[in-house]
Each structure stands twice: as C-alpha cells, then as structure tokens.
Write a protein that binds this ligand. Structure first.
Ligand code: CO
Length: 136
C-alpha cells in the first residue's frame, strides 16, 4: 500500500466505518468493487491514502455527522477523517490540539495522538457537528 492507494467508500455501506484503513482497503477491493458501476449515482467518496495510513482509525464525515462520533485509540495511533459530504468540513479540536483545513468532498486528514487524553472536537463551519477521540 502506498500513497496512490485509493479507498472508495460507498455511502450506503458506511457500516464499515471504524474498521482500520487496512481492513477498509481490503473491503474496498473485495466488497465494494461490485458496487462501482452504480457508485457514480449513489455517491462515492474516493480518498488517496498517504504513506503510513494503514492501521489508522477512520472517521467518515457524512450527512453533517462524524461517524462514529466517538473513537477510542491507543497512544501513538492515528485517526483519519474522510469527508464524504458534498459540503466542506473540518476536524477541529475544541482544545486547539489540531485542526484540519477545510476538507472538500473525498479529502482526508490524519492526526497522530501521542498523548493519552479525551479530545472533543467539532467542525469549524458547523459547530453542531461534534465528535470525540479518546486516547487510552
Ligand atoms: Co461541517
């Protein structure tokens, strides 16, 4: 897997969220390929994965919500947000620990969590969009 790997998330199959990127990539190849002919109509989120992303916990932004809204990771783990909405969103820590740029449709953002803690976050343009990363 390298920087050119593309994960395709079919919006109706978002029950797979929360799986690691590695598993997601496997599912993308194994399970989602059959949907690709209809994906253009249903809406597909394609994201290029940077190096080191395998093993990342994925949060999908869809319909103005972070899914899953709460993730638990270990110190040193990475969380990747992927925007599958037509509207731009951010992942912005309430405490200022991180902030993504505005993510357009299909764009992702990764953050490594080195310290144990409880990190609530929100979307900058839409403060009602909230989530939480718990680092154990
Ligand atoms: Co938003």
């Amino acid at each position: 897997m390298n920087g050119t790997t593309v994960v395709r998330l079919v919006t109706r199959d978002l029950r797979f969220i929360g799986f690691t990127i590695g598993l997601l990539a496997t599912f993308a190849v194994a399970c989602f390929s059959e949907h690709e002919t209809t994906a253009a109509v249903e809406g597909v989120c394609s994201v290029e994965l940077g190096e080191g992303l395998p093993g990342s916990t994925v949060v999908v932004i869809n319909r103005f919500t972070f899914g899953p809204p709460e993730v638990r990771v270990r110190a040193g783990d990475r969380v990747t947000w992927i925007n599958c909405d037509p509207d731009p969103h951010t992942s912005t820590a309430d405490g200022g620990e991180w902030s993504s740029p505005l993510l357009a449709t299909g764009q992702g953002f990764s953050q490594t969590f080195s310290a144990v803690g409880d990190f609530p976050y929100h979307c900058e343009p839409h403060p009602f969009m909230i989530g939480r990363v718990i680092v154990e």
